[in-house]
Design a protein around this ligand. Sequence first.
Ligand SMILES: Nc1ncnc2c1ncn2[C@@H]1O[C@H](COP(=O)(O)OP(=O)(O)O)[C@@H](O)[C@H]1O
Ligand SMILES: [Mg+2]
Length: 260
Amino acid sequence: MVAKLQVQNLSKYFLTRDGEPRKVLDKISLDIEENEFVCIVGASGCGKTTFIRSIGGLIPAEEGDVRIDGKRVEGPGGDRGFVFQHDSLLPWRTVLDNVIFGLEVRGMRPSQSHPLGMSLLKLVGLSSFENHYPSELSGGMRQRVNLARALAIDPDVLLMDEPFAALDAQTREIMQRELLKIWAEKRKTVLFITHQIDEAVYLADRVLVFSSRPGRVAADIRIPFARPRELSLKRTPEFLKIVDDIWSLIEQEVVASMAA
Ligand SMILES: Nc1ncnc2c1ncn2[C@@H]1O[C@H](COP(=O)(O)OP(=O)(O)O)[C@@H](O)[C@H]1O
Ligand SMILES: [Mg+2]
């Protein structure tokens, strides 16, 4: 059986200010199985966003390729849903109209899209907020709407780039737990980027550690904790040990990236 998501020898270059090509991703290869939850951690600037955008088909793979169900990714598609750090909600549309935007674009009639949108709002804990506007919501609520919108097109693969980074610590923890609940219900293949190691270890089946300059997969760590996972897991010695191990893998690069 082929993996849900296959990345083979993916490399990516950007031009420096002097016009010199600089390698940002170096021959990354990995497989992600169906319904797997994979997190990527790594120092700022190591290429995480570039990597997830390549998988999304938002930027072309210059070398190597990305396949979903064995089919080569040539651009964005309905098989992949995105959630970014900063919500990209349309301020002039209500919460419900934001959630169903992608369905509307695909020509679904309101009689179909509205009930679907309402059920997704229920799933993300925002029943009764359908007529609010994004500006009336907190950051955590906006990210819930974003998630509902990404789920609306029913993608197989969910691509999340630091979706909780702008949230306060408490909201962030609640969102992590909620995301796992939704994932258990919807069964998606998830690729989730974060710079918080404890977030990665709490969420993931596997944590990929990226190294910098150029970005490579330096370690691929299986997270052994049973599911469902309680937030209290984060306070156990076993959990803290894994977080510590990952931290020691990237510490030098994080320090270097702060100096850069
Ligand atoms: N459009 C671009 N043009 C030139 N350089 C870029 C571009 N996008 C990202 N980079 C560079 O590529 C490297 C990786 O960036 P990014 O993928 O955003 O890293 P991360 O998400 O891990 O912080 C950084 O050095 C960044 O400056
Ligand atoms: Mg990034």
